[in-house]
Write a protein that binds this ligand. Structure first.
Ligand SMILES: CC(C)(COP(=O)(O)OP(=O)(O)OC[C@H]1O[C@@H](n2cnc3c(N)ncnc32)[C@H](O)[C@@H]1OP(=O)(O)O)[C@@H](O)C(=O)NCCC(=O)NCCS
Length: 170
């Protein structure tokens, strides 16, 4: 199993992985053209020549990035691939000097096992501005924000705990 940055030739496989779980309501759908346009954000794992997992790491300025579209092929789940993808993404973030990485997820326990902690979405103003304010699900959103500190000495923004803040609108 090899973990690496994605290439244009991986677009179809990434699209298929994300579409599989989007159909189950576990991930947001991503169009093949959108994946192609942002292929530089994606990390994949391949087994032989087959792409079996993917993840997207998207920056919000110099200090913060988001993990999106994390998916492991159904046959390969619960074998440590997701954990390795996250470790690779956090290492990439560290190399780029990004201090914190977050995700907005229905599976916070998975992220917590990889060192993330629950966070209030109000602390992620960039995410709220970019996605949540225009999301049709914002009133019913059950997703949870989790965040990992990658470079502690470069942390600039406070992180509010869920208990310290009112429930977010989105
Ligand atoms: C969530 C997902 C990426 C995890 O990948 P994975 O390869 O199956 O996970 P791993 O085998 O690396 O598991 C790492 C740890 O997280 C735990 N874990 C895995 N999936 C979990 C989940 N959905 N909820 C809670 N814990 C989970 C595992 O038990 C394991 O714990 P351990 O280290 O104590 O053994 C994968 O199951 C998947 O593709 N799910 C469908 C798409 C999805 O839901 N994506 C996340 C949306 S935000």
């Amino acid at each position: 199993m090899r973990t690496r940055r994605a290439k244009i030739s991986d677009v179809a496989a990434i699209h298929s992985l994300v579409a599989h779980y989007a159909a189950q309501g576990l991930l947001l759908p991503r169009a093949a053209e959108e994946i192609r346009a942002h292929i530089g954000h994606f990390i994949v794992q391949e087994h032989g020549h087959r792409v079996v997992s993917c993840l997207s790491l998207e920056s919000y300025g110099a200090d913060l990035a988001e993990i999106r579209s994390i998916a492991v092929d159904a046959e390969n789940r619960r074998q440590g691939l997701g954990a390795r993808l996250i470790a690779f993404a956090l290492d990439q973030a560290r190399r780029r000097g990004i201090a914190r990485v977050f995700a907005v997820t229905h599976a916070p326990q998975f992220f917590e096992r990889q060192g993330f902690a629950a966070a209030a979405r109000q602390s992620l103003t960039e995410k709220i501005e970019r996605d949540c304010r225009t999301c049709p699900q914002q009133r019913n959103c059950k997703l949870v924000a989790v965040i990992a500190t990658v470079i502690p000495e470069r942390m600039m923004l406070p992180i509010l705990s869920e208990s310290a803040a009112p429930a977010p609108a989105c």
